[in-house]
Design a binder for this molecule. Structure first.
Ligand SMILES: Nc1ncnc2c1ncn2[C@@H]1O[C@H](COP(=O)(O)OP(=O)(O)O)[C@@H](O)[C@H]1O
Ligand SMILES: [Mg+2]
Length: 403
């Protein structure tokens, strides 16, 4: 089904705000601060297969009113499928989907009041920007004065004023994307659904529109479910990040929380660029301290964080982000020696690629631009890492140790 059909079938109902769901607050928060949070969208135990292939295996998702949720995961993991289930373009095999406290699992798209923005924009080529923006509202019989009001608001917000009489083909990619967003905004839906809306833009424009989308959200507070495989988009846009892997939500949380405390190796390597380095190692004890040793690294670990998981002789996977591995300076103890293969100088910083051991994996360390000037292929540099930045995982299950 095209978006046009879907949009034409939308309604302006569905803003019932009845039942409320409590979200848990950290211990110690006074009960007066426990304001009820209404969910705008929830998926419970959602399963979906195509033929014999199970794509979603029991997905749970909750989006509070006014919040920006980003569903992130590798290509092919089922992100678009979940979005299409929320929109009603596919039907779930099992589980329920609610929008504004209404069970919509078996309802057709027209009864769901969602607006979707796609990578492909899906504008009507023969209609002007103005008519593209109005089309869905006119079909639904919205009064003309209301249409004009919403159109003025949206075009002012998105800077579409000078473009209103143009055809889509007379617009740049970024402008088309803004029109597609405008069309969603004038609908005032229960929820905005975005499916990789920036993928067709070049890198500079992508960064620009990304900021525009977040700015717009901060103004409108419109409940949003945004799907992307791009971890930078996910980190920068989300209030809450939902990481999808193998048909299940593997971790959810505030972006920085997930970045700093990934619960699995998958999440740890999926978020962050360059990727977290993973080394096979073992826990040792020396001078009353626990260390992780392996793959050419020997680093003190945080006993507060790992607690009883620290047993001498225990096999672990040691994870360190390139951004946390730098030159050992100012008396910081060296945790590893990197034999440099090449240096990528990015201007503001540099990445040294190389090996800690001839047989080990390639390792990346981040250097300050100035320090990198004296480092070249063949150099051997001493690296340091803060103990709070050493992650440990169970090598068999891939699950993070500690808190
Ligand atoms: N209508 C369909 N019929 C059969 N397989 C599908 C259909 N839609 C999606 N798939 C498959 O389901 C998997 C997940 O697809 P999708 O949700 O588009 O992934 P993502 O958006 O995360 O890249 C892919 O392997 C894709 O080929
Ligand atoms: Mg997709």
């Amino acid at each position: 089904m095209s978006e046009a059909t879907q949009e034409a079938r939308g309604t302006d109902s569905g803003s019932s705000k009845t039942a409320a769901t409590e979200t848990p607050l950290p211990a110690g928060v006074p009960s007066a601060a426990r304001a009820p949070v209404r969910l705008r969208c929830a998926a419970r135990g959602v399963k979906k297969s195509f033929g014999a292939t199970s794509i979603l295996k029991g997905v749970d998702l909750e989006i509070p009113e006014g919040s920006f949720a980003v569903l992130v995961g590798p290509s092919g993991c089922g992100k678009s499928t979940l979005l299409r289930l929320v929109a009603g373009l596919e039907e779930a095999d099992e589980g329920t989907i609610t929008l504004a406290d209404r069970d919509v699992t078996r309802l057709p798209p027209r009864d769901r009041d969602v607006a979707m923005v796609f990578q492909s924009y899906a504008l009507y080529p023969h209609l002007s920007v103005r008519d593209n923006l109005k089309f869905g509202l006119e079909l639904r019989g919205t009064p003309k004065s209301e249409i004009d009001k919403r159109l003025d608001e949206a075009s002012a917000m998105l800077g579409l004023g000078p473009l209103l009489e143009r055809l889509p083909k007379q617009l740049s990619g970024g402008q088309r994307q803004r029109v597609a967003m405008g069309r969603a905004i004038v609908r005032r839906p229960t929820i905005f659904l975005f499916d990789e809306p920036l993928s067709n833009l070049d890198a500079a424009l992508r960064a620009e529109v990304r900021v525009e989308i977040r700015r717009l959200h901060d103004r409108l507070k419109a409940t949003t479910l945004y799907v992307t495989h791009d971890q930078v988009e996910a980190m920068t846009l989300a209030d809450t990040l939902w990481v999808l892997n193998g048909g299940l939500v593997e971790q959810k949380g505030a972006p920085l929380e997930v970045y700093e405390r990934p619960r699995t190796k998958f999440v740890a390597t999926f978020l962050g660029s360059p990727k977290m380095t993973m080394l096979d190692g073992v826990i040792i004890r020396e001078n009353g301290q626990f260390l992780a040793e392996g793959g050419g690294v020997r680093a003190v670990v945080d006993d507060d964080r790992f607690g009883s998981a620290l047993e001498e002789g225990r096999s672990v996977t040691i994870g360190i982000r390139p951004h946390d591995l730098g030159l050992a300076k100012n008396g910081a103890p060296s945790v590893a020696e990197l034999k440099v293969e090449l240096v990528e100088a990015l201007g503001s910083e540099a990445f040294a690629h190389g090996w800690l051991r001839a047989s080990g994996p390639s390792v990346v360390a981040r250097l300050d631009a100035d320090d990198a000037r004296s480092v070249r292929a063949g150099s051997v540099i001493h690296l340091a890492v803060a103990k709070s930045r050493v992650h440990l995982f169970d090598p068999k299950t891939g699950v993070a140790l500690g808190r």
